[in-house]
Design a protein around this ligand. Structure first.
Ligand code: ADP
Ligand code: ZN
Ligand code: ZN
Length: 760
């Protein structure tokens, strides 16, 4: 298609294509013909892609006036068209995407795609309609073709009420076969364009909580004063406050001060639906502010609306989970960022780009030159290290629970001892926990039970001791988990939690034809035990895990019922540890505190500490008893013993010493390369040669582990090997990655995980 390049290019742009075909890290370069010049960063264009020059949508990420140097024999292609109706991305987001793309080793196209909600990216949900009218002051005098003149004549002849008019209608009226003449008239300023988008200002106001504490505590006051003195310019703060110490109140006061002159506050929470109270409290306390809630349950139109409103600078407060860190709040308007429960792993995305919402938030605060506050009762080791050893952020502490809240009385039950001496038949709940559940319900209290394992039974095995058969997934190196269809019915199926494959429950052992038994307990089994052996009526029990919670409306309904006291026992996975604040919870039980502790992951102790502390913090939020019972097979493990004493600092000090000696984060920085392949030898071979190649870039300080089989050696028929690289600082790690990028690129078969959060 020689004609394609007939017009000379007057400028050049670099663009990002959504699918990962763009070159790293700068995108693809195209020429801009006069008729499209100038293009701006953030505009959506259509470019010819690949050998077939397939028209493909792309975002402009850089503009240049001179032609780039290209390999010999290669010509710069030209942009086909610009999308006149699409939203233009704010510069700040493009800048952030550039940074993320570098930092997280991901091409810029997919990075931008992650940052933008689907409906915004694809222009769906909202109806943006374009209207045209005669320009009052035509900007350019051009030669007008007869067709164009005809269009103008028709337009002049219309009644004033019929104008402005949609281009298609004008096309029909003037009987021209294409939009071309109209478009040319727009380009040359003979016609003006009006865009009418149906964006209604729908600000959310549901189930608000308007209670205001009579008086701040001394600790709250001093934290607020200290942070307030840094409200202009970038600063980073860690708010370490025990559960129930009134961190939310601190956030509210800081937001008040930060947005007083029309600025915007960004609040990130782990999962909106699990922390509805934070949102409700903010809405209650800022009744006349415009609050945008970026929630996964929004409709396409709502998403698009909220995004546009935020981009127009119309929101005072934006609340959302991980991806809300990309809320298009204009840079000069962003005044404060708050990351609540900053330790929560849901802030890390587990697909490319594998970004951490908290860390991107820190970058954003720096770009916007505003303060960022990370809050937690159990700060991540990263944030603790930053605040206490590296002094890159300031530490603020709330040591006491808010007035009226009592610290729970925490008791550890040694299940090894119980199994030997206990009299309980079910061996899942200790006698002590059973008794406490009964007592709590008898005096009108409510119970939270945590077991971090879904399904009914995590293992399926042959009943014969000599046989030893266990049911494994055919596609993964993992056990199949038994799920009941309904809690009280025997009928069920088995499912792999890694690839989701489902199968029937085997009738007999395939090896020896003996009976099959189910071992261990998941949340479904606990539910059955509560009903069958504790005789608690079904309607008083609710289970909260990712099997029951497919929709956030279900969750809403369940939490509502729990709040009203209709549900007496709420049991669930780590989802119930997140931020629930119900004053009548008088007993918290942790059924198996060891689910994480034995995992071969250097964060297993940290995770165990967090989950035990967090769930214990769910009680003692009102009058009445506050008791927590922790069942464990390793009562002496530091994570459990110290969590039960509320000794975070002691735990953190010891943990950091361990991390340092083991050469793992946060005292070093890490990147994990995971090679995946259907063929075992290929996987091993590719991983080995990767490790060798990486070795050749390694400067001093960089450590590269030999390639090794992952803890989960096979998932979904793919063998997995990893190579782990550590560096003393982020800067060193990034400069290593810059080298590596020359010969390594991430793909479906090679995961590059910067600051990995899971080592499995
Ligand atoms: P955290 O987020 O630290 O776990 P919250 O902010 O949820 O704690 O506060 C726990 C409870 O204490 C809430 O019900 C809150 O309204 C209340 N509270 C906070 N500050 C005070 C105060 N100064 N006086 C009385 N109650 C308070
Ligand atoms: Zn599987
Ligand atoms: Zn058998």
């Amino acid at each position: 298609m020689a004609g394609l390049f007939d017009e000379p290019s007057v400028s050049y742009v670099q663009v990002a294509v959504e699918r990962g075909v763009d070159q790293f890290p700068d995108g693809l370069t195209y020429g801009v013909p006069q008729r499209l010049h100038p293009l701006h960063v953030g505009q959506l264009v259509t470019v010819p892609l690949g050998r077939g020059n397939t028209p493909t949508k792309a975002w402009v990420i850089q503009t240049a006036t001179t032609s780039p140097t290209l390999p010999k024999g290669k010509e710069t292609k030209q942009v086909y068209e610009k999308d006149r109706d699409a939203i233009v991305l704010p510069d700040d987001l493009v800048e952030l995407a550039n940074w993320m793309s570098q930092y997280y080793f991901t091409p810029i196209g997919p990075t931008l795609a992650t940052m933008l909600p689907g409906p915004v990216r694809h222009g769906t949900g909202l109806v943006t309609r374009q209207f045209v009218d005669i320009a009052e002051y035509p900007t350019q005098h051009i030669k007008i073709t007869p067709k164009q003149q005809h269009v103008l004549d028709i337009l002049v002849g219309l009644q004033p009420t019929e104008r402005p008019i949609e281009p298609n209608a004008l096309m029909k009226l003037s009987g021209i076969g294409s939009r071309g003449p109209i478009d040319r008239l727009i380009e040359h300023g003979q016609l003006t364009c009006h865009h009418v988008t149906r964006v209604e200002a729908t600000w959310f106001r549901q189930s608000v909580d308007t209670s205001i504490p009579d008086q701040l505590t001394d600790e709250q006051t001093s934290v607020i004063e200290n942070i307030s003195s840094t409200l202009s310019g970038y600063s980073s703060h860690l708010l370490f406050g025990v559960t129930g110490s009134g961190k939310t109140e601190v956030y509210i006061r800081l937001i008040e001060r930060a947005i007083v002159q029309g600025g915007t506050a960004l609040v990130l929470v782990p999962e909106i639906s699990l922390t509805p109270q934070t949102a409700a409290r903010l809405m209650g306390r800022f009744p006349d502010k415009r609050i945008a809630i970026l929630h996964s349950a929004l409709t396409k139109a709502q998403r698009h609306q909220q995004w546009s409103l935020v981009a127009d600078g119309k929101a005072d407060i934006v609340i959302g989970a991980r991806s809300a860190v990309f809320a298009p709040i204009p840079k000069n308007q962003l005044r404060i960022i708050i990351v609540d429960e900053e330790h929560d792993h849901s802030f890390k995305q587990d697909q490319a780009p594998r970004y951490h919402g908290r860390d991107v938030a820190i970058r954003r605060a720096w770009m916007a030159q505003c303060p960022i506050i990370l809050g937690s009762a159990t700060p991540s080791m990263e944030s603790w290290w930053n605040a206490t050893y590296r002094n890159v952020s300031s530490l603020h502490t709330l040591t006491k629970r808010a007035p009226g809240l009592v610290a729970p009385d925490i008791e550890i039950v040694d299940m090894k001892y119980e199994r030997k001496h206990g009299e309980v038949g079910n061996s899942v709940l200790s006698e002590k926990l059973e008794r406490s559940i009964h007592q709590t319900i008898a005096i009108g209290g409510q119970v939270l039970l945590l077991l971090n394992r879904r399904g009914f039974a995590p293992w399926i095995a042959c009943a014969s001791r000599t046989c030893g058969w266990m049911m494994k997934c055919e596609h993964c190196d993992s056990s199949m988990v038994y799920h009941r269809r309904k809690p009280l019915e025997e009928a069920g199926f088995v499912r792999c939690h890694h690839c989701s494959m489902e199968q029937r429950f085997p009738k007999q052992c395939p090896e020896c034809e003996k009976k099959i038994i189910q071992l261990g307990a998941g949340t479904q089994r606990v539910e059955a035990i509560l009903r069958e052996s504790l005789q608690i009526p079904s309607e008083q029990i609710a289970r909260l895990d990712s099997d029951t919670m497919r929709k956030s409306s279900d969750l809403h309904a369940m939490l509502d019922q729990f709040g009203k006291g209709e549900i007496k026992v709420l049991l669930g996975t780590q989802m119930i540890a997140k931020g629930l604040d119900f004053p009548n919870v008088q007993l918290v039980g942790v059924i198996d505190a060891d689910t994480a502790i034995d995992l071969p992951d250097f964060r297993s102790a940290e995770r165990t500490f967090q989950i035990v502390s967090q769930v214990c913090g769910r009680c003692g939020r009102g009058e009445g008893n506050a008791k927590a019972i922790i069942q464990t097979f390793s009562p002496d493990a530091a994570a459990i013993a110290l969590a039960s004493k509320g000794a975070y600092e002691q735990f953190a000090t010891a943990e950091l010493a361990f991390r340092h000696s083991a050469n793992v984060p946060p005292t070093t920085r890490m990147v994990r390369f995971i090679v995946r392949d259907r063929n075992f030898e290929h996987a091993a071979g590719r991983a080995n040669s990767l490790a060798e190649r990486l070795q050749s870039f390694a400067d001093e300080g960089i450590t590269i582990s030999p390639a090794a089989s992952c803890v989960l050696p096979r998932i979904a028929d793919r063998f997995r090997f990893d190579v782990i690289v550590t560096a003393p600082t982020s800067k060193q790690l990034q400069s290593f990655l810059t080298q590596a990028r020359k010969s390594v690129s991430a793909s479906r078969d090679l995961v590059v995980d910067i600051d990995p959060i899971s080592m499995l």
